[in-house]
Each structure stands twice: as structure tokens, then as C-alpha cells.
Design a protein around this ligand. Sequence first.
Ligand code: ADP
Ligand code: MG
Length: 609
Amino acid sequence: MKSSQDLKDLLNRIDHRGYPAYKETQGAYQFPGYILSIDHVQGDPFASPSKISVHVSGLQANFPSRLYDQPWKRTALCDTLLRLFSRQAESFTFKASGSGKSGLISVSKCGQEVLARSACTIDPGDGRLTLRLEVGFPANGRTINARELIKIFFEFLPVCVKKALFFKALDSAKIQAVIDLSDDQQAIRRQLPPLGLCAFVADGAVLPRASGISQKSMAGAVTFKSPASMSVTLNLSGGRTITGMGIPKGITLIVGGGYHGKSTLLEALERGVYNHIAGDGREYVITDSSAMKIRAEDGRSIRRTDISMFINNLPNHKDTKHFLTEDASGSTSQAANVVEAMEAGAKLLLIDEDTSASNFMVRDALMEKVVSQDSEPITPLVHRIGQLWKDYGISTILVAGSSGAFFDKADVILQMDQYIPKDITKFAKEQARLFGGASPQPSPESQNGVQSPDCSHAQNDSGTCPAPDFNRIPLAGKNSPAPASQGRRGPGSRENGRDNRVKIKVNGRDSVSINKETIDLRYVEQLVDSEQLTTLGYLLAYAQNHFIDGARTLTQIVDLLEETVRSKGLASVCESSYLPSGLAMPRRQEIFAAFNRYRSLNTGKDQQR
Ligand code: ADP
Ligand code: MG
């Protein structure tokens, strides 16, 4: 191992030389208390900054193992260390000067959610900490300014490392509180299934956000209070308990006047698949981790999804068991989103009328009289929601303030009233009964008109519906796997000395491009961080290079990807000698969602359809 003095000597030697001489610094150097590793050196001062990692041994970092002996604790600990490091780094960034990105010191920015990120990891075995950051190596024009880099490596970084990564320098009570919170969140998550619950919202939670562009909590908001009938008390560690609203599995309807907080509650539940930091207001809003927000998404592509449980007999005789389109309508996109969520293992669907296609949700009785059943390809959700629960064990939480059609399907009906939920199940059911059945029932004539042999046109949800076909094979009909030498190399790999990197480019939270193709993920609303999109880009590129062979199903491909990440780590998926710093792990559901929107998988047999 080279010493920090070796690095200093080298930097003094290459000072004033051309920028490429910086490449010589690549390697690992022992600093007092940690190893500084220069993993990748930028090509010029304006290029993407150099990749650095800092490695602190377990002995030096000295975090007690009770702070990292469980996966959720490791995620919480690394998240908080990253935030601490980031605060330090911010005070030093661009303090070293020069052209282009000279002097930049940057680490991942964490939002309100606590995510596992490549930027900071702790080894469960020995407590070794790794922090990954980017540094703009300083230059004047294109001439190396090594004195400024010496400042960064020998003055600035040691302070950041010491203040953020050594346990003895930290406020141990604050760190303990972070770990305790993660333990409590985990305890709540664990207690939901045995209690038959799919979500929990604690009394006192603050659900609304500061603004449409800020995920911070709203000041002065009305705090959450469970209706007495749904109040549950859960156990936390140390004999403490927490009380709040337990949403039972099954069908839950949220109604209420406009502006009374329906969508705000649903959005908090969407984000409840992740843990939140202290002070967020949603720390104790915990949702079934597989929950999937379902919405209309006009214009998306659909890759042979079996949407026949919702859509049949389209006027152009399009095959809805293997539905293919480059430009879906509101209803077909929402149907595909439901079926794909089932395929991805979601046990809870979250649906808001604000973002739904109305013809996908309901059809009223008068319309069923006027437009005969045979002319209507859509079996709306209201006729499938019961089967999703009974036949597939999939719960739904649905915001529907403008239609009473779901009253007789729902197990629980909540009314949001001035931001406070009221349990109106009994009253609403009674009203629905007096009204003569609020949900539109088909006339006997239209039932007789059912022509298809399956139940796709049955307008009530009695009887079962054939399970959707999930055996979708990307690039079906292709004979053999693409040899790796065909140029579809993973990011960072090299062949014959040439760099054949797949280019991954992320546009915020909205889309990721793999080479030239953009995958639009704007409406995959539970992606909360651009780093999740970067990871999706790497995962898809890797799958394309290694797993998509025209024979494996999408489920098999996603299984293989998850297994590769589990056993070999994210770095192996990036096919890179070092782990890029800006990666956050998406859920299985979002990996499916990204494949489902990747248009270039539409080749092979697809093209002949
Ligand atoms: P709905 O979906 O019922 O029409 P929204 O959930 O969109 O209503 O909420 C309407 C407005 O009220 C939003 O601006 C939201 O930020 C605000 N809001 C929601 N919940 C609360 C609350 N608990 N306290 C204060 N304001 C809230
Ligand atoms: Mg709304």
C-alpha cells in the first residue's frame, strides 16, 4: 500500500503538467485512520469529476455492532453518515479553485426517504465503512494545479472523514435515535401482516408536504387522527407502543369532499413503502412494501401484457392477451399497470381517481343501457376489484370522491373530513342499499349478450377470471443470447483496450436513457430519487447483455438480476472495476416497471404481430 506521502510527492511532481498526468494518481493510499482510493480520474477539468472512495476500517470507525447488525439498521446508519459527510463536504466544495469542475467535492444528496445507496456502505462482518464521492481535480486551463488538490486531500477531506465517519466524533445519542427509529419502523412493518393490515398511519403524523416542489413537511398542518373503529396499538422496542389507523387488507375506499385531504393520504401511503427520516411527519406511515401506485399513463408502450381481464374485443381485433402498443390509451395503460403490478408481486394497489381513466374505473347504469355491452371492450375496475382481492389476495386502497359505484365493493369506507378520516362504512353501505345498489349492475339482456367464452365481459364479479398470463418473454423468437462481443457491453467494461461502455444518462426523476433510448418513468410515482433511475439503467443494460435471450420470461430475468445484486453486489451489475457513487436500489416493482417501458425490447416475434 502506498502512503499519503507517496501521493503528495507524486502530486508535487506532476504539478503544472498537462491534465492527463493526473491519471498516474489512480490507486490506494494509506492516510492516518483511513485509505483514500482514487478509483477513476477524469479526462479533463470539464469532464465528469473523478471518483474517490474512502475506506475506514471497523477498528478505526469503531461503530458498535448493535448499530449495524441488521440490514435496516445498516441502511439507516449509512444514510445518516452520508448526510453528515455531505454537510461537511458542502462547506469545502469549490474552496479549492481552478477551471471547470476544479475543486468540486460532492456526495449523494439524500431526500426524505431512507434508501440503500452505493455512496455509503458498512460491512456487516467487520464494520468497515466505505464512502464514495466525486472530486473535481483542479487545473488552470488544462494545466494541473496539484497544490489545490493537495489542499483537498490533505486539509479538507481529513476533516470530513473525521467529523462524519469516526464514531467517537459523533453525537452517539443522535446516532442511536436514528437506529431506534429504523427499528421501530421495522417493528411496525413486521406487525402488519399478522394483524391482517396492509398499512398503518400513526396518530400525530403530518401527511401534507410543504409545497408541490418540496417533500418537506407542511408547517401548521392538521395532524392525523385515526377513527376509533380503526385504531390499533402496535408494539415498539423497549415496551413502548404506538397508536394509529390500521388499514385492513381487502378493499378500502377513501371518499370526501374536494380539498379534504384524500390524495394527500394516498400519497403518504405510496411513500410508506420506504422509511422516512425523523422530522418528516411520515416516519410512522408504513405501507406494505410491495404496494404499487396504479394510474393512467396515456402514451406509454405496452409489451405483450395480458390485459384481457379488463379489455377485450377491441374494434381492430387486437390481441389483448398479448397486448402490444407504442401509444396506450388511458384505460389500456391503466389496465396494463394493474396486471404488471400483479406480475411484479404487488399485494396492494393504490389508486386515485384524480389520476385514473374514468372509463377504466366505472361505467354507470345508464351508459350500460345506451351503449350495449357487446360494443364495450372495457370491464371496469369496479367489476374486478373484488376478484383481485378474493382470487389473488390483492388489496386496493382507492380514492373515489365522485362515484358511489365502489360502496358495495368496499370493506371499509373512510371519509376525509377537514383532513381527518371518519369511518363511514356502515352509513355509506346503508345509503347504497337504500339507493338500490349504487354500483351499476348490468341489465339481464346485456349479460345474455356475453359472447366470449371467458368471463371477460361478465359485468359482475361473481365467478373467477382466468389468471393473466405472466409468461412474457422479452425478445421472444430470438434464437440465441446476444454474444457480449456484439458491442452491447456493460458500463465500464473494456474490450481490446477500447471503451465499449453503455451510456446511462438520467434526467432527474423523469427518465433514464440507455445509449440513445429513453425510458420514460415520470408516472412510475414510487421512484423517489434519480439515483434509483441510474441503477435501473445499469440493471437493464446488464440484463440485456446477460439474461435476455429470447427464452427467459421477464420474471426470470428480474429474479436473476436481483440474485446477482444480492450475491455479487451492485458493482458486478455495473461491470466496473469500482462501484459508481450515485446508485440507490429500486424495488423489484420498479425494476419490472422499467422493463415494461423499455421500448427496444419490442423486437423478435413482436415485430411480426
Ligand atoms: P383532495 O384529494 O381531497 O381533493 P388534497 O389531498 O389534494 O385533497 O388536499 C388539498 C390541499 O389540502 C392540499 O394543498 C394539501 O396540501 C392540503 N392538506 C392536505 N392534508 C392537510 C392537512 N392534514 N393539514 C393541512 N393541509 C392539508
Ligand atoms: Mg385529490
